[in-house]
Write a protein that binds this ligand. Structure first.
Ligand SMILES: Cc1cc2nc3c(=O)[nH]c(=O)nc-3n(C[C@H](O)[C@H](O)[C@H](O)COP(=O)(O)OP(=O)(O)OC[C@H]3O[C@@H](n4cnc5c(N)ncnc54)[C@H](O)[C@@H]3O)c2cc1C
Length: 478
């Protein structure tokens, strides 16, 4: 350590850990971030993992919530080198007949791809699209009495429903149902569970509010920007510094863990009361993921040519097929036709691959701790909607759920969301507590995606946890 003591120490240099560090350092506090791995970034790293010149996002790729995040906005990430790359279409959802539903920023244009469901779709989304700033201010924080009660009551009535329930009552045709189900599947829950609609609504609204961008050069640029900002404020970052117990920490007045509850229980030991540790230990983790990155000789040859206008493509022909896939992993099963999330950033960002070449990014959900190789099943799904795809593959890199946890100890069993998104953990994340970031030990805080508002690269968990520590430990109200 270059100093013996700090005002605050953050464990973990993921997007939330770095955001927490910035929020603290902005108040003139001395901050040190400790990272176990050789490189910073957690779930926002980019590397040449297939062939030289092909830059792959190892985890996060598309950042609709990052771009609406009040914390990222306050940082003006663009000043720190982040360039959002907006595709013409936020999301494409192809079908076996060669057509596709498209999620545009424009409600009208989206509706045009949904046949008879154009009007119902617009009616569902419009009230929130018109008040997008208020809406995202409310949703990206812990559940509290809303500042915009009528807007949020209206949202709650839809959000609390299951995806299958809302889609079947609102939409008559398979296109809108499948498009909505693909967005709801980001909950990583069976689609008949209540609250799964909330994920579909939030992601679709982010598309209408601002689109679904990637970052020029890769998601790593976000954490590089966060790190540069933190250092400019005097913060330190130490890599190759795993924290396994409280003894591994330098002296500080506050410690913020960008870790999930299971790790915090192990590290903090007696520093937290037994009762609180037992409650944290009951925190539930979700299923894992299996991911493939491809170096390609050309763009993915979608049957529905309009899919080339989107950076994100969802593969699952009907709501029934997607629902079957999203409940299989909860039963310990591996679906033959998994719902696959594809990103094709190089279509919009020439820095990702050599001239004329492309990158492909895809994953599907699998049971927690799975080591089953899903490459063949994922590639079969892509080939189904893009015949000739396999002939373009120059090289691939795969990572299963077990390997994800080795890559990043926060991804327990391959869970990429920092914990299951079930109803209870939606209301009480990580446990039921008015200030979910605080612990009974006034020095210790949780700031990872296991706290509200949950998974994604948006920095809000870190920012809000830091504000809690600022108020409780340092008497600073932000
Ligand atoms: C395949 C995949 C696809 C994804 N796609 C998207 C996407 O498109 N868009 C999006 O917004 N999000 C996406 N995500 C989710 C996103 O990556 C996470 O929600 C986000 O990174 C969580 O940030 P965090 O700071 O809470 O934790 P993390 O990013 O997990 O960071 C935690 C950090 O703590 C470090 N650490 C762990 N244990 C210790 C220890 N004991 N001592 C010191 N350091 C430690 C880890 O090495 C890591 O660097 C994806 C994730 C994956 C894996």
């Amino acid at each position: 350590m270059s100093r013996k003591s700090y005002d605050a120490v953050v464990v973990g240099a993921g997007p939330n850990g770095l955001s927490a560090g910035i929020e603290l350092a902005r108040q003139g506090l001395s901050v040190c971030v400790l990272e176990a791995k050789e490189t910073i970034g957690g779930g926002a790293r980019t590397a040449e993992i297939t062939e030289p010149g092909f830059f792959h996002d190892i985890c996060s790729a598309i950042h609709p919530i990052g771009v609406v995040s009040p914390f990222f906005k306050s940082m003006e990430l663009e000043k720190w080198g982040v360039e959002w790359v907006y595709p013409e279409v936020a999301l494409a959802h192809p079908f076996d007949d060669g057509g596709a539903a498209l999620l545009y920023q424009s409600l009208e244009k989206t509706g045009d791809t949904l046949g008879e469901d154009k009007r119902p779709y617009e009616k569902l989304m419009r009230p929130f699209v018109e008040r997008a700033a208020d809406f995202f201010e409310e949703t990206l924080r812990p559940i509290r009495f809303p500042r915009h009660p009528f807007l949020m009551l209206r949202f709650g009535l839809y959000a609390m429903r299951s995806c299958l329930g809302l889609a079947s009552s609102r939409f008559r045709q398979k296109r809108a149902r499948a498009l909505f189900a693909g967005c709801c599947a980001h909950s990583v829950l069976p689609l008949d569970k209540i609250m799964t609609s909330s994920f579909g609504m939030v992601l679709a609204l982010a598309a209408h509010a601002i689109n679904w961008p990637s970052v020029r050069g890769g998601s790593q640029k976000i954490v590089d920007a966060l790190a540069a900002c933190l250092r400019s404020l005097g913060g330190e970052i130490r890599t190759l510094h795993p924290v396994n117990s409280m003894r591994d920490l330098p002296q500080s007045r506050a410690v913020l863990f960008d870790l999930t509850p299971r790790q915090v229980v192990e590290i903090a030991g007696d520093a937290l009361p037994t009762r609180y540790r037992k409650r944290l230990a009951r925190f539930r983790y979700g299923p894992g993921v299996f991911k493939v990155d491809w170096a390609l000789d050309g763009p993915i040859p979608w049957k529905a040519a309009e899919c080339r206008r989107a950076a994100t493509v969802h593969l699952g022909a009907t709501i029934e097929e997607i629902a079957a896939s999203e409940s299989a992993m909860w039963k310990g099963e591996h679906q033959e036709r998994p719902f696959v999330l594809v990103a094709q950033q190089s279509l919009f960002d020439s820095t990702r691959a050599p001239v004329g070449k492309h990158t492909g990014w895809a994953y599907c959900h699998v049971p927690s701790g799975s080591s089953v190789d899903m490459t063949e099943r994922i590639e079969r799904q892509v080939e189904r909607f893009a015949p000739g795809f396999r002939d373009l593959i120059r090289a691939r890199h795969t990572i299963n759920a077990v390997e994800f946890e080795q890559h990043n100890p926060n991804m327990i069993g391959g869970d990429i969301g920092g914990g299951a998104n079930d109803l209870w953990q939606f209301l009480a994340r990580p446990i039921l507590r008015y200030d979910p970031y605080s612990t009974p030990n006034e020095r210790l805080y949780l700031c990872s995606s296991s706290t509200p508002p949950g998974g994604g690269v948006h920095g809000m968990c870190g920012s809000l946890a830091a504000r809690s520590a600022l108020k409780r430990v340092f008497g600073i109200k932000v």
